[in-house]
Design a binder for this molecule. Structure first.
Ligand code: RB5
Length: 150
């Protein structure tokens, strides 16, 4: 579960821009403090340029959680998951957001801006931020994620 007293970073490309702006505004109304890593308009950009900085900051421990968006959510998630301490989950419904926290201890939420409506996007974000990791049998599975074969 995300500690509301901490800063929550958020970033998107143009495909997730509108949804980022909506989620940012609504989360701020709920008392969250956000740091916006861009993009800052609907002009076409390359998603890695915006997702690398936020992912690196989560990877380095500067932030506990982060929210990223692009049109499909895939490019953003793929970029974020290049970082060893990042576990980014792609979530297009509330149940996915719940599960990626409960089972995968995801620390970055990737939202597909073009595949969910504003209300769904916000509920996904709220669920992600307020759901605890279950630990237990999921702990060793999460630890095994980084154990890549040579
Ligand atoms: C941009 O058109 C789109 O490719 C991007 O937002 C994302 O969906 C990439 O994975």
């Amino acid at each position: 579960m995300f500690d509301k007293t901490q800063v929550l970073p958020i970033a998107s490309d143009h495909g997730g821009f509108e949804m980022k702006e909506y989620i940012k505004k609504e989360l701020q109304l709920l008392g969250y403090k956000l740091k916006d890593y861009g993009t800052f308009s609907e002009a076409s950009v390359d998603y890695p340029d915006y997702i690398h900085p936020i992912s690196s900051a989560v990877n380095n421990g500067e932030f506990a959680f982060g929210i990223i968006l692009c049109g499909s959510g895939n490019g953003a998630q793929m970029t974020a998951n290049k970082y060893p301490n990042v576990r980014a989950g792609l979530c297009w419904c509330v149940e996915q957001a719940k599960l990626t926290r409960q089972h995968n201890d995801a620390n970055i939420l990737s939202i597909p801006g073009r595949f969910v409506n504003f209300n769904e996007g916000l509920e996904i974000a709220k669920t992600f931020l307020t759901t605890e990791f279950e630990g237990g049998r999921h702990q060793k599975r999460v630890e095994k994620i980084s154990q890549i074969e040579k």
